[in-house]
Write a protein that binds this ligand. Structure first.
Ligand code: SF4
Length: 355
C-alpha cells in the first residue's frame, strides 16, 4: 500500500480544510471545529479534539501532522524575565522572551533562524540565516509566552514585539500570516496596536506595508543617522542609505498616519558625540516619531561598549530641546542572557517599545 505523505495541517486555510472534509465525505463544518482547536486552542495533538469523532480523528492522523514548537529550555531571570529556547520541528532552535513590567507583559519573538544581515553588534548575525520561520512557528512562540504569563504572573499577555532573532521584513508573508492569526478572533484576538514590528528598515518593504494597510506599529533599528557610522554598524545601510529609508518613512506616514519609533543604542566612541545626537534629532523630524535609547550589553570583549551616562543624558537633552520624545530603556534579563545582544538575537531586546 502506498504510504501517505503527511502534511502539516496548519499550512491549510479554513477553506482548504473545508475542501478536504468534503472530499472525505464529511460535513464542511468540521473544518471550523478543527480550525478552532488548532489555532484558538492551540492543541498539539488530534486526540484532544473532543468534539470530533474518534474515526474522524484517526482519519486526520492518517493525512496530517501538527508541527508544534516545543519549549526546550525555560530560564527565569531575577527580574522576572523568562527566556525560552524553542525547538522547531526540524530541531532548529530560536529564542523568545517574556518581559514583565508593572503595566505590561510583552512577548519578544523570533522570525528567522539566524539572520543574513550581519549587523556588527548583534550575536544573531554570527549564526547566519538558516531558514525563515513558518507562520505557525511564530504564532506558537506567542502562545507559549501567553501561557507562561498566565502561569507565572496570573496576568494576560499585553504586547508583542518582533525583535527576536531575524529580520521580520525578510520573512514578510509568514510574519503577516502570523499577525493575522494573532489578531483574528479565530486566533488570539489581540489588537494590532499591541504589536510592534522592528526592522533594520528595508525601504521597499516599508512601502509595501504601507500599501498593505497594516495596523501594527513600526519600529526602526536606527543606531545612527549618519550614513558612514550606520554603514559601519549595519552593512544593509550601504544598500539602503538613510535618504532612502527616510523617503520610505515619509511614504509610510502619508499612507498610515502612524508615527514610528527609532531604536537607538549609544556606544562608547562610536556614536556618543553631539554630532550624532544632532543628526538623530534632524532625522526624527522627517515624520512624527519618538526614540527609545536602549542600554547595550556587550556580547563579548569586542569593540562595542555601553556609552557613558553623560552621553545618554546629552542625547536626551538635545532630543527633548527639539520637542522629540526620548525614553531611556533599561535592559532586562541580563542574568539569563536574555537582554540586549545576549540572546544570540537582535540587540534591541530591552524594556521594549511603548508606542
Ligand atoms: S540586529 Fe536584527 S537584522 Fe541585524 S543581524 Fe541582528 S537579527 Fe539580523
Amino acid at each position: 500500500m502506498e504510504e501517505i505523505q503527511k502534511r502539516d495541517i496548519r499550512k491549510l486555510s479554513q477553506a482548504d480544510l473545508e475542501e478536504f472534509f468534503l472530499e472525505q465525505g464529511e460535513k464542511k463544518f468540521r473544518a471550523k471545529q478543527v480550525y478552532e482547536w488548532l489555532w484558538n486552542k492551540s492543541l498539539k495533538n488530534f486526540d484532544e479534539m473532543t468534539n470530533i469523532s474518534l474515526s474522524t480523528r484517526e482519519m486526520l492522523k492518517k493525512y496530517f501532522i501538527i508541527n508544534h514548537i516545543q519549549v526546550d529550555l525555560m530560564q527565569h531571570s531575577q527580574d522576572g524575565t523568562i527566556k525560552n529556547a524553542v525547538k522547531l520541528f526540524d530541531d532548529k532552535i530560536v529564542e523568545s522572551v517574556l518581559i514583565p513590567t508593572s503595566k505590561r507583559i510583552t512577548a519578544c519573538v523570533s522570525s528567522q533562524v539566524g539572520c543574513s544581515l550581519d549587523c556588527n553588534f548583534c550575536a544573531t548575525a554570527r549564526l547566519k540565516r538558516m531558514r525563515n520561520l513558518n507562520a505557525d512557528e511564530i504564532y506558537d512562540q506567542v502562545v507559549a509566552i501567553k501561557d507562561e504569563a498566565e502561569t507565572y504572573f496570573k496576568r494576560p499577555l499585553t504586547n508583542i514585539v518582533f525583535m527576536g532573532m531575524g529580520e521580520p521584513l525578510l520573512n514578510y508573508s509568514n510574519v503577516i500570516d502570523a499577525i493575522d492569526k494573532i489578531t483574528s478572533s479565530d486566533g488570539l484576538g489581540m489588537a494590532p496596536r499591541r504589536i510592534t514590528l522592528s526592522t533594520v528598515g528595508i525601504p521597499k518593504m516599508i512601502k509595501k506595508m504601507a500599501d498593505d494597510g497594516v495596523k501594527f506599529n513600526l519600529a526602526i533599528s536606527l543606531h545612527s543617522a549618519i550614513n558612514e557610522t550606520r554603514s559601519r554598524l549595519m552593512p544593509i545601510n550601504d544598500k539602503s542609505p538613510l535618504e532612502e529609508l527616510g523617503e520610505s518613512l515619509r511614504y509610510w506616514y502619508e499612507k498610515t498616519k502612524r508615527k514610528v519609533t527609532y531604536e537607538y543604542v549609544i556606544w562608547d566612541g562610536i556614536n556618543d558625540d553631539e554630532q550624532h545626537a544632532r543628526a538623530l534629532a534632524k532625522f526624527c523630524k522627517i515624520i512624527p516619531s519618538k526614540v527609545n535609547i536602549i542600554q547595550y550589553n556587550p556580547i563579548d570583549e569586542g569593540e562595542f561598549r555601553q556609552a557613558s551616562k553623560a552621553a545618554v543624558e546629552m542625547y536626551v537633552r538635545i532630543l527633548e530641546s527639539q520637542g522629540i520624545i526620548a525614553k531611556v530603556r533599561k535592559s532586562r534579563g541580563q542574568d539569563i542572557d536574555a537582554a540586549c545582544g545576549q540572546l544570540a538575537n537582535k540587540n534591541e531586546v530591552a524594556e521594549l517599545v511603548k508606542i
